[in-house]
Design a protein around this ligand. Structure first.
Ligand code: GLU
Length: 280
């Protein structure tokens, strides 16, 4: 078993991240497997080396360890480009020059009711699909219709709450996901593409992460199928909330692990508070 914790170094590690990391770690250790750390730093405008150092320090304090060198997504751009080129050679990619406002206007124009949204926000209304735009300076989108023609049926195994075999229907992919961006203009990749390429490159067998990413998983399964990569088993865990029931955010400094450390809490306290058993 190989699990991973894949933080984006855009803020301090908080209780929700610690829960995710410890759960992925414990699951691997209980099975005699390996726990990996991967730094998801493709967003240059937000990722900071200071956060990366602080995250590693907090994870060590929690008693977690992992093999080195750590995979960093900023060093993997050629691998993402290769994957995108493969999809492009299959005729599944088109260039899109729309900005957020264009998308909102085009999506609301024909509709009376609510604008359809999915894991990445508004479902793209397809404006650039037939335009034949130059890839220079454009975002790259997946031609969902064609992709599904090549990759159905789709499903994955979930072991989190309400787990079991998850069927992914064509209708849900068209209506709720649509032509997702696989390469953002300023990065040449996206979260979805990078995570799929890297989970496969690291041989991850079990993806442990928060339920907030459950809805993105069908996109990942589709990309795995198109790129001939194995689909891991997924475990989406409950989200850690504050006392008002609100999900913890990066800026929620009160729940930063650094704050608990400064207040004299121990890793065992945090495990108990999160309902986790002592470290294996
Ligand atoms: N980097 C993502 C985040 O920090 C997590 C990616 C994943 O676990 O698939 O939200």
């Amino acid at each position: 078993m190989i699990t991973r914790f894949a933080p984006s170094p855009t803020g301090p590690l908080h209780l929700g991240h610690a829960f995710s990391a410890m759960m992925a770690h414990d699951m691997a250790k209980d099975a005699g497997g390996t726990f990996l750390l991967r730094i998801e730093d493709i967003d240059h405008s937000r990722a900071r080396p200071e956060w990366e150092a602080q995250i590693e320090d907090d994870l060590h304090w929690l008693g977690l360890d992992w093999p080195r060198p750590v995979m960093r997504q900023s060093e993997r751009i050629p691998a993402y480009r290769d994957a995108l080129n493969r999809l492009s050679a299959m005729g599944l990619i088109y260039a899109c020059t729309c900005n957020r406002r264009d998308i909102r206007e085009a999506a609301s124009a024909p509709q009376e009711g609510a604008i359809p949204t999915g894991p990445d926000g508004i479902v793209y209304p397809g404006t650039c699909k037939r335009a034949g735009n130059e890839p220079e300076g454009a975002a790259m989108r997946l031609h969902m219709d064609r992709a599904l023609d090549r990759a159905s049926p789709l499903w994955f195994e979930e072991t989190g709450p309400d787990g079991g075999r998850q069927e992914i229907t064509r209708q849900a992919m068209i209506e709720k996901v649509g032509d997702v961006v696989l390469a953002r203009r300023e990065m040449g990749t996206s979260y979805h593409l990078s995570v799929v390429v890297d989970d496969a490159a690291q041989g991850v067998t079990h993806v442990v992460r928060g339920l907030d990413l459950f809805e993105a998983t069908p996109i990942h399964v589709l990309l795995q199928r198109l790129l001939d990569l194995p689909t891991p088993i997924y475990h989406h865990h409950r989200l850690i909330r504050d006392e008002h029931g609100k999900r913890l955010a990066k800026r929620d400094d009160a729940r930063a692990i650094a704050a608990y450390r400064a207040e004299g809490h121990s890793p065992a306290d945090l495990r108990a508070r999160l309902g986790l058993t002592p470290a294996p």
